[in-house]
Design a protein around this ligand. Structure first.
Ligand code: SF4
Length: 193
């Protein structure tokens, strides 16, 4: 049996960037609602746990836009165009709290964000792009929850990558990875649709 026909034996929880769910938490007070995501999660019996690391960090809505900046040999989360507005530490503290969320078996994150994005530009002090990296929240998640499956909404929209993510969520949720049967006696229903 594949995950396509598996029985649902438990509800798995996945963190989701709040702006993808239609919450107006972006720096400009808007959202980035991703059509169909909530319905698809419900159909798969996955429970969405809405998370906005920048709001959790107390940065407010609206707030100045952020960007990753290469500085003193490291990468910092800064307010765009404000060389003294370093938000790295406050967001890192919030991200560490969020990484400890109970029973989260994966994360669906907003692409392009200096906090949530999986591949975002890093700028130098003059505003030139000098590298690409993962957003600060993603880096904290990987450090705090090694192996946690993470995907963004662009990859989620790709059926093959979505299925790989769902399989990874199922494996991550299994108490003992060896105990998760390869044919998936059950956690995610209808995942191949
Ligand atoms: S920090 Fe993440 S969840 Fe919050 S608005 Fe930006 S992309 Fe969305």
């Amino acid at each position: 049996m594949s995950v396509a026909t598996a029985e649902v034996s438990q509800v798995l929880r996945v963190g989701v960037s709040r702006c993808l769910l239609g919450d107006r938490v972006r720096y400009d007070g808007r959202h980035k609602w991703f059509p169909g995501l909530q319905a698809e999660l419900a159909r798969l019996h996955l429970q969405a746990v809405p998370v906005c690391p920048e709001v959790e960090a107390g940065l407010g809505v609206p707030r100045p836009p952020m960007q990753l900046v290469r500085r003193d040999g490291g990468t910092r989360l800064m307010e765009a165009g404000a060389p003294h507005a370093d938000r790295t530490d406050v967001l890192t503290r919030a991200a560490r709290r969020l990484a400890g969320l109970d029973e989260i078996s994966g994360f669906i994150l907003k692409s392009g964000s200096p906090s949530c994005g999986l591949d975002v530009p890093v700028f130098d002090a003059w505003g030139l792009e000098v590298a690409r990296d993962e957003g600060l929240f993603v880096q904290c998640l990987r450090a705090g929850r090694p192996g946690l499956p993470i995907i963004d909404e662009i990859r989620w929209a790709d059926r093959k990558q979505r299925l790989l993510f769902l399989e990874a969520v199922k494996r991550y949720a299994a108490p003992d990875p060896q105990s998760c049967p390869p044919d998936g006696a059950g956690t995610i229903a209808g995942a191949d649709a």
